[in-house]
Design a protein around this ligand. Structure first.
Ligand SMILES: C[S@@+](CC[C@H](N)C(=O)[O-])C[C@H]1O[C@@H](n2cnc3c(N)ncnc32)[C@H](O)[C@@H]1O
Length: 254
């Protein structure tokens, strides 16, 4: 991570809490231990995370920039070059797989309402014990949470280059509107990994509250007090302690 520690920087710094396995190393371990038969990814870019999957895969990205072997031993891999909203409006992930999604990784547009919709739409194609992973919801700095990368605040970030947008707000939303979900945070740099299970594909709780939620949470300005409060509520697992299927079984029904 490129960190600017200049004394004038008034950015937050939670990097000490996000110092476990890199997210892609952890994701690789998860694939090897849990062996998901179906993998669904939103936000693929060059394929750094898609290539880790060994099961049948679906990936969605409006602008793939794949530059390496993403197939590996996958039996099948479907790429949809469109936004996730367009994908869900026109395709049915569980029908394409012929089975529910086992593991999903949501890493598309970094705005809270987009990730919330990605979660809502993905859950409908899961079963209770599927796992949905959210990227970027443990931002170690505050300035990386700007909604617009042209915001001059971003240039002040001590974590040069990393942009999480305000997707972290999805966690308080889920805690508030979906207390039935089981949410676990992992200390994976650079910006954390959050897993969600105990899913309910039939739940309408988020759908029926969506307009209210967006109204409540999607303010254009970033809110330091809300960000600081969020960090006080986090209990973060040490990713390096998860290296076998037995370790993962303490968090997931596998
Ligand atoms: C951070 S990159 C993904 C990186 C990849 N998962 C990895 O870890 O190697 C985010 C990707 O999300 C894609 N994206 C942006 N808006 C999107 C949308 N509305 N739906 C799906 N993907 C989107 C971008 O094109 C970009 O490739």
């Amino acid at each position: 991570m490129d960190i600017d520690n200049s004394s004038t920087n008034d950015d937050a710094d939670h990097s000490a809490a996000i110092c476990g396995e890199n997210y892609s190393t952890f994701l690789n371990t998860l694939h090897l231990c849990l062996k998901p038969k179906t993998y669904f990814e939103i936000g693929t870019l060059s394929g750094g995370t898609l290539r880790l999957a060994n099961g049948a895969s679906i990936a969605v990205d409006p602008q793939f920039q794949i530059d390496a072997d993403i197939m590996g031993v996958k039996p099948s891999c479907m790429l949809f070059q469109q936004s996730s909203d367009e994908f869900f409006a026109t395709h049915n992930a569980s029908q394409l797989f012929g089975a529910p999604i086992d593991l999903a990784f949501l890493d598309g547009m970094h705005l809270f309402e987009f990730l919330l919709r990605d979660f809502m739409n993905t859950e409908k194609h899961c079963r209770k014990n599927s796992i949905i992973l959210l990227h970027d919801c443990l931002p170690p700095g505050f300035f990386m949470t700007v909604r617009d990368r042209s915001d001059p605040t971003w240039a002040k970030s001590r974590f040069a280059r990393w942009w999480t947008g305000d997707v972290w707000k999805v966690i308080p939303v889920l805690r508030s509107y979906r207390p039935d979900l089981s949410i676990t945070m992992f200390d994976c740099p650079p910006t954390g990994l959050v897993s969600i299970t105990n899913l309910d594909p039939a739940s309408q709780a988020l759908d029926s509250a969506y307009v209210e939620i967006v109204d409540r949470f999607s303010s254009k300005d970033i809110d330091r007090e809300a960000y600081d409060n969020y960090w006080t509520t986090l209990s973060i697992e040490k990713s390096r302690e998860f290296s076998t299927a037995q370790h993962f079984a303490t968090k997931f029904w596998i």
